[in-house]
Design a protein around this ligand. Structure first.
Ligand SMILES: C[S@@+](CC[C@H](N)C(=O)[O-])C[C@H]1O[C@@H](n2cnc3c(N)ncnc32)[C@H](O)[C@@H]1O
Length: 205
């Protein structure tokens, strides 16, 4: 079964088919043996592309709901050979994926869904965290960054409810030595330029 396609996306992406995975079952065979890390909701892709440049010994998969953003990111990949993309809703894609695929997961500035009644849409809702467990290798690092205190507190609570222990918890990521290797995302630069503190934590799957 294939993930539903965004209208006309394949036409626009025709020059970039080599960077696109359409069938979740093909993820493993599209990469070589290097450890594979995942970013969900990569937006314009700056973070993932910078990670792929910085860590050539790893592979990277980005999944993004917006076809336009996916196209933008693909245009910026250049000669990199360790990065591929999927477009679609992570909630629809995950059930179609094999188990134990990823050695790391990045959730950067996920939509906060501030209305309490929308908590199930947050990418750190416990049921989604449980679905990440299936696709992550044991003890992989999951990393979250956000400017939203509500999402931060909610996510910490959901991770603890999953029985996992958050670490490197920070309420000022840009001034925290534990995060000195940080690569800033598009949203991160936007929010921190406006004076907002960046919050974050990690946990092991
Ligand atoms: C606020 S933006 C952050 C973008 C980027 N991570 C950054 O920090 O600049 C959130 C992104 O997540 C994507 N997104 C939200 N829900 C998603 C889902 N269920 N599956 C895939 N992508 C999703 C949105 O399309 C959007 O591009």
């Amino acid at each position: 079964m294939r993930v539903r396609k965004i209208k006309d996306l394949s036409k626009k992406l025709i020059d970039y088919q080599h960077l696109l995975i359409e069938d979740p079952k093909e993820i493993k065979k599209r990469f070589d043996e290097k450890p594979l890390e995942l970013e969900i909701g990569f937006g314009k892709g700056d973070f993932l592309i910078a990670m792929a440049k910085k860590y050539p010994e790893r592979n990277f998969l980005g999944i993004e709901r917006s076809g336009d953003f996916t196209l933008k990111a693909m245009r910026d990949v250049g000669e990199l050979k360790n990065i591929l993309f999927m477009t679609g809703n992570i909630q629809e894609i995950i059930p179609l994926m094999e188990e134990n695929l990823f050695s790391g997961l990045y959730l950067n500035f996920s939509d906060p869904w501030p209305k309490a009644r929308h908590f199930k849409r947050r990418l750190t809702y416990r049921v989604l965290l449980m679905s990440y467990q299936r696709i992550l290798k044991k003890a992989s690092i999951v990393q979250l960054k956000t400017d939203s205190r509500e999402l931060f507190e909610f996510s910490l609570q959901q991770v603890k409810a999953l029985g996992k222990t958050p670490f490197d918890v920070t309420e000022d990521l840009h001034n925290d030595p534990l995060w000195s290797e940080n690569i800033a995302t598009h949203y991160e630069i936007k929010f921190s330029t406006k004076g907002k503190k960046i919050l974050g934590f990690r946990y092991r799957s």
